[in-house]
Design a protein around this ligand. Structure first.
Ligand SMILES: [Mn+2]
Length: 475
């Protein structure tokens, strides 16, 4: 295999020829992951299959566990395409999909070797880092492009997917940058600079400033009264004349500039390092009206909510521009937000109960059992890393049960300290207590047997404690 772009493109070309050679009377089974990257990846492939006149059937999974692979293989399809999963499960794919044609388009770490009938496209094979420079949607985009140049109009979906997998860090690198350039060239994405706050399109200004822990505005972030005072200081009424809450884009350009310079001033007064570092890239979809779908970051959040609410199909419809599905997806987002609010209320009500929430020096461990939806425990852990409950560099481990005697475990850490690898930590714990680990450096998780919950917590505590020891030595 040739390393680098040449090798990658060569392999993509071969894979494209292979797909094109399949009989159009066959129905192809498409299997993807339920997060924003998986949904955008699937959307790209759906569009390609439609353009190539294939019929397809879609399945969305959390994770390609061995028994899912076995069940899928028993379905009556001759060709399978896996997106955003599969590279870590080559062994079970080889075993169960003998005699079937399989495509794996993934960016996770590779475990094992593909069998003869498995066309495996993964950037790691060509020297690219799949965790930071291309997502599964990106891999699918490059594949789509080698199927036909007209598919370049799907580039924005790969940008949204990469954002969903946290590969955007004040810009993109590597293959993601190539994708962004194509998206810009095609008029599908326009890059602007905006305040480093989430929800510029849709959040009321008050909430935008209140939940601004990524930006740190002294006296304003996490301080409701502080937000009101601050808005008064800069002469902004948070309400519109029609009594609707104003969002960032309701402000005039002058007001927006004013807001930014006042934020910088507050940060300078509090001697925050890099006080002027308040802007970030905003990726706008120029074809969209103001709102959830115009900002790639907010779009990706919406897709995540579709996946977590068991509505990935709506997300795919939204990606492909179906207005009705977009409206439904927005409704689903409201429902998702309510689910999160309920889950956070559960956490607040139970955080004093040591049988449910354990706090250590550098960790918070939450076992919600069946009291919180398993698909949102990861998001809850992320929220707790930001809501002030977790100090600096604090691990937040959360777990909740699935319906099949398994438990979903999620791990996050506040401030994302360099040198901490959550995927490695989860893998270490599962190697002792069993279960299947997955994820990335700053967002990892596992599926374990429910009866192993306590064992998992005990081993995780040991690993977290070792991290404090390590930090003490370092300082
Ligand atoms: Mn992914």
């Amino acid at each position: 295999m040739t390393i680098g772009l040449e090798g990658f493109e060569g392999a993509l070309k071969d894979a494209a020829l292979e797909l094109k050679s399949i009989n159009r009377s066959e129905t192809i089974k498409l299997v993807s992951n339920l997060d924003a990257d998986g949904i955008t990846a699937a959307s790209i492939i759906v569009k390609v299959l439609e353009r190539e006149n294939f019929s397809y059937n879609l399945a969305i999974l959390h994770q390609l566990k061995e028994n899912f692979a076995r069940d899928l293989a028993s379905e009556d399809y001759g060709t399978f395409i896996f997106c955003d999963l599969g590279s870590g499960q080559l062994k079970s794919i080889n075993k169960h999909f003998r005699g079937k044609k399989v495509f794996v388009l993934d960016h996770h770490e590779i475990q094992g070797e593909p069998a003869q009938n498995v066309t495996h496209i993964n950037p790691h094979s060509f020297g690219f880092d799949g965790s930071s420079e291309v997502s599964a949607a990106g891999v699918c985009f490059f594949f789509a492009r080698s199927m036909g140049e007209d598919n370049e109009d799907l580039a924005h979906l790969a940008v949204i997917g990469a954002i969903g997998d946290v590969q955007e860090k004040n810009g993109f690198k590597g293959l993601n940058r190539v994708i962004l350039e194509i998206a810009e060239k095609k008029g599908k994405i326009k890059v602007e600079r905006g305040l480093k706050l989430f929800g510029l399109e849709t959040r009321p200004l008050i909430k935008l400033l209140l939940y601004s822990s990524d930006l740190e505005i002294p006296g304003v972030s996490n301080d409701e009264a502080g937000v009101i005072v601050f808005l008064k200081e800069i002469g902004v009424n948070p309400l519109e004349p029609r009594n609707r809450w104003k969002s960032y884009y309701d402000l005039s350009e002058k007001q927006r500039k004013d807001l930014a310079s006042k934020i910088i001033l507050k940060r300078k007064e509090a001697s925050i390092p890099y006080a002027e570092d308040v802007f970030t890239n905003v990726y706008k979809l120029p074809g969209e009206k103001r709102g959830q779908f115009r900002d790639a970051k907010e779009f990706s959040t919406l897709l995540n909510s579709c996946g977590r609410m068991d509505n990935a199909g709506l997300g795919i419809g939204a990606c492909l521009g179906d207005e009705k599905q977009k409206r439904k997806a927005l409704k689903g987002l409201l429902e998702y937000k309510r689910t999160l609010i309920d889950a956070m209320s559960w956490y607040k009500a139970n955080k004093g109960d040591p049988s449910r929430v354990t706090k250590g020096k550098n960790y918070i461990i939450i076992n919600a059992r069946s009291e919180v939806l398993a698909t949102v425990v990861g998001t809850i852990a992320s929220m707790i890393t930001k809501n002030g409950d977790a100090g600096r560099d604090t691990f937040v481990l959360s777990m909740a049960r699935n319906i099949d005697d398994t438990t979903k475990v999620s791990l996050r850490v506040s401030n994302n300290p360099a040198g901490v690898d959550l995927k490695a930590i989860v893998s270490e714990v599962t190697s002792v207590v069993g279960g299947e680990a997955g994820g990335h450096q700053y967002a990892a998780g596992a599926i374990i047997a429910t009866e192993r919950e306590d064992a998992f917590i005990e081993v995780a505590k040991e690993v977290f404690n070792r991290h404090t020891e390590h930090n003490k030595k370092k300082n």
